[in-house]
Design a protein around this ligand. Structure first.
Ligand SMILES: Cc1cc2nc3c(=O)[nH]c(=O)nc-3n(C[C@H](O)[C@H](O)[C@H](O)COP(=O)(O)OP(=O)(O)OC[C@H]3O[C@@H](n4cnc5c(N)ncnc54)[C@H](O)[C@@H]3O)c2cc1C
Length: 460
């Protein structure tokens, strides 16, 4: 028994027979140290004042760290035997309490499962707990990289991205994770008396895509790759935000230009940026972009006199340096939150045929309350924008009014102020019968309970 297992637990009587569970899993590393368990039970739900109030203080009873897939099977069997809920936690960068164990129980830290099983031109097979940046670093000498990654690349895991994320840097070319072909296969451990290990290939793998770990523990993933270009971080300053969106659209639609990121943001968002602030002139909108070095000249021509390129340097992900993508996607919100906790955000999808008009309508409805930040991406084959505006938070009722106004204007909202799949995922949802799959692999409803709100266990 490890020292941490001997730590005194909270005085409150345990909700589950944790000691019996620990005896069953033998030498699998585990801790019940309250401070550690509480800290690991959190993610970035505090981005939302609504979720912060709802989820603060929720905690698992024990954190368990499998060393391999056999450990995962052992842990799932022990959870089932003692009817203890299990919630997977990887990098812990999810935003809507995805990895917060609402009913306590076991928190399964999968970051020890990080080996690359194989790679070949165009595809890699990797254990789910591998850090995304580590995987790209390992692949780069072969000339390949992951097609897309969240802006949390340096902390998040491949499995956490598939189970909790939706897209990000690279989505301007490859679409979202939900698009067929962006997850090739998943290996999954089920939550049954005798846990099965399933190989889900192609469309079958969608059963675990953006399901918050409610439909099985992913132990390995087969992911498609893209050529690893020499990427250039580019900042373009533009007088007017809507002109910046038009430039962004021209770049995104230019099929001959190889790009990974096109992010228009309205002033004063860049005024909250750390080191990159110096490339963002006062009062101007900016586009943060990643362009393949051979395409830079063509991109400059598209920008022309409409904007000023204030920065163009090779992407630098070395320690101590902040790559441009860490100001984009949900890092944009984080940069502002670092200085001002009164704001929050939304996650929207703009209609592909009226990006500028739809965004202009929202700005006119909520001036100085909802600041536009767009991310160009492909969705169902068309170039459109995810929008992650910064919202000045006043009340939950006002937030819901803003959400309703977006939806009434044809803008889809994946609400980041709720923690259930049914209420939150919307345009990020994979096309799969995840409920039906859960009936087969988690009949007692022990996997991350509460996140698939409508699920009724088929066995009790
Ligand atoms: C600053 C910031 C920026 C972000 N930018 C982006 C972005 O650009 N794009 C994007 O999509 N998301 C983004 N996110 C959300 C989050 O970073 C990503 O979804 C990330 O990929 C999650 O990975 P993780 O390893 O941290 O997973 P965790 O947060 O640990 O887990 C996420 C969910 O997946 C489940 N899970 C994790 N591993 C497994 C597994 N092996 N098997 C089954 N279930 C599992 C967890 O239970 C949880 O429900 C951002 C978040 C922050 C805070």
């Amino acid at each position: 028994m490890t020292a941490s297992r001997l730590a005194v637990r909270d005085q409150a009587p345990p909700r589950y027979p944790i000691d019996d569970f620990l005896a069953d899993i033998g030498d699998v590393p585990a801790t019940t140290e309250a401070v550690v368990v509480r800290r690991r039970s959190r993610d970035f739900f505090w981005y939302s004042p609504v979720l912060n109030a709802a989820l603060n203080g929720k905690s698992a009873d024990v954190v368990v760290s499998p060393r391999d897939e056999a450990d995962v099977v052992r842990i799932c069997a022990a959870c089932l035997r003692h009817r203890i809920p299990l919630t997977v936690r990887a990098g812990g960068t999810g935003k809507y309490g995805q990895a917060v164990p609402l009913e306590g129980g076991v928190l399964l830290d999968v970051t020890g499962l990080s080996a690359i099983e194989w790679s070949r031109p165009g595809a890699v097979r990797v254990q789910a707990g591998a850090r995304i940046s580590d995987l790209d670093a390992a692949l780069r000498p072969s000339g390949w990289e992951q097609r897309m990654h969240p802006s949390t690349k340096r902390t998040a895991t491949v499995g956490g991205f598939v189970a909790g994320g939706s897209g990000g840097v690279g989505s301007v070319t490859y679409g979202g994770l939900r698009d067929p072909g962006n997850v090739l296969a998943a290996r999954v451990v089920t939550m049954e008396e005798e846990p099965r290990i399933l190989e889900l290939r192609g469309a079958a793998a969608q059963a675990v895509n953006h399901a918050y770990g409610t439909t099985g523990v992913i132990t390995a993933l087969e992911m498609p790759l893209a050529p690893a270009w020499p990427w250039i971080d580019v900042v373009i300053a533009v007088d007017d935000f809507f002109a910046a969106v038009e430039i962004g659209q021209d770049l995104a639609r230019a099929d001959g230009i190889v790009k990974k990121l096109i992010t228009p943001m309205m002033w004063p968002i860049p005024s909250y940026f750390g080191p990159a602030r110096r490339h963002c002139p006062d009062g101007k909108a900016v586009i943060f972009a990643m362009i393949a070095e051979p395409s830079l000249e063509a991109a400059r021509s598209i920008v022309g006199r409409r904007g000023e390129i204030t920065y163009a340097e090779a992407t630098d992900e070395s320690p101590g340096h902040v790559p441009l993508y860490e100001y984009t996607w949900n890092h944009t919100t984080l940069q502002w939150l670092k200085q001002d906790r009164t704001i929050t955000y939304l996650q929207c999808l703009l209609p592909a045929d009226s990006i500028v008009a739809a965004q202009r309508r929202m700005w006119e409805m909520f001036p100085d309350e909802v600041y536009p930040h767009l991310e160009f991406m492909r969705f169902n084959g068309a170039v459109t924008c995810a929008s992650l505006p910064i919202v000045r938070f006043t009340t939950e009722a006002r937030l819901n009014e803003i959400i309703a106004a977006h939806e009434a204007n044809g803008i889809s909202i994946a609400n980041p102020h709720v923690f259930t799949l049914e209420d939150g995922t919307r345009h990020m949802k994979a096309d799969a019968d995840q409920y039906g799959f859960k009936q087969q692999v988690d009949p007692y409803g022990l996997l991350n309970p509460g996140k698939m709100r409508s699920y009724v266990p088929v066995r009790t």
